[in-house]
Write a protein of this length. Structure first.
Length: 282
């Protein structure tokens, strides 16, 4: 019997808590009771991948190996580990079974009985509901913290600032980088001079051998524009500055880039990148 196991944890906290190893230990114990051997190459795992998506390297390798008829049984602890979305569960189960791979769940033993299939559907729907509920609660909680000014929306501090590595999202942990702050002050002073432009400021920084925020020798005009228009240098932090609008014109792959349909698409794309003010954090 050619056996494989699939393991998944969705968050880094679960990865650090070694819940994936706990899943593997339970599956190996179950296999020992049945007298089945588990080769190391038949252990497929995805650490830190959400069950709401199908794009997972471990799952892809498992599907490829089942499609090659190299696996007879796939053992998983729970249907949620395979996928959180019921539609994805059905898709994966049908695909694996079509190539001869029998899927067994350790915590939710299932069969082809209609009652078991109905129960699988109900559990998949409940899991999808719980995921949506958790996502919405996290979004609302994050929004409340942003409005209260106790959470930073930054994933990366603006040039001239440093974040506390132990509290990267805490506004109280923001510190000024003296060297970079002096460069920021000079950039504003140079740009305010008569006849100055973004290009002249970029050349001036290059002449002084001042590295860009990305460590490059040359400063990009987009980088300078973003720096000069960043409200953080006024002591203001905004969350949700960019508002997404779906495109109104569908871009056709058969039309050249200069076709009116594609020109309208590019114009709409530029308009969607205009920043808008959202919840202000004081």
């Amino acid at each position: 019997m050619r056996v494989a196991v699939y393991i998944r944890v969705s968050t880094l906290r679960q990865v650090h808590a070694q819940t994936a190893d706990q899943q593997l230990q339970r599956l190996q114990t179950h296999l020992q009771t049945k007298g089945w051997s588990l080769p190391q190459e038949n252990i497929f795992r995805d650490d830190g991948y959400s069950g709401a998506i199908l794009r997972r390297p471990g799952l892809d390798r498992l599907r490829d190996k089942v499609a090659a008829a190299d696996i007879d049984v796939i053992l998983i602890t729970d249907p949620d580990r395979l996928a959180r979305n019921y539609v994805h569960q059905v898709l994966l189960l049908e695909e694996l079974q079509r190539f001869g791979g029998q899927v067994e769940f350790l915590d939710r033993p299932m069969s082809t009985d209609p009652h078991d299939q109905l129960l699988l559907q109900i559990r998949g729907a409940v899991a999808e509901y719980e995921r949506s509920l958790i996502t919405e609660r996290m979004r609302r909680g994050r929004l409340m913290k942003l409005r209260a000014g106790v959470l930073l929306p930054w994933t990366r501090a603006p040039y001239g600032y440093r974040l506390n590595p132990e509290r990267p999202r805490d506004p109280g942990g923001v510190r000024i980088d003296e060297a970079q702050a002096a460069v920021v002050a000079e950039i504003f002073a140079w740009y305010l001079q008569d006849g100055s432009s973004l290009l002249s400021v970029a050349k001036h920084l290059c002449d002084l051998n001042i590295a860009s925020p990305n460590g490059k020798q040359r400063w990009g005009l987009a980088t300078l524009r973003a720096l000069l228009t960043n409200p953080a240098y006024l002591g203001q932090v905004y969350a949700g500055r960019y508002h997404y609008r779906p495109p109104k014109v569908r871009r056709s792959a058969t039309h050249p880039i200069g076709h009116p349909h594609n020109i309208a698409f590019l114009s709409d794309l530029c308009r969607r990148c205009i920043p808008v003010e959202f919840d202000r954090i004081k």
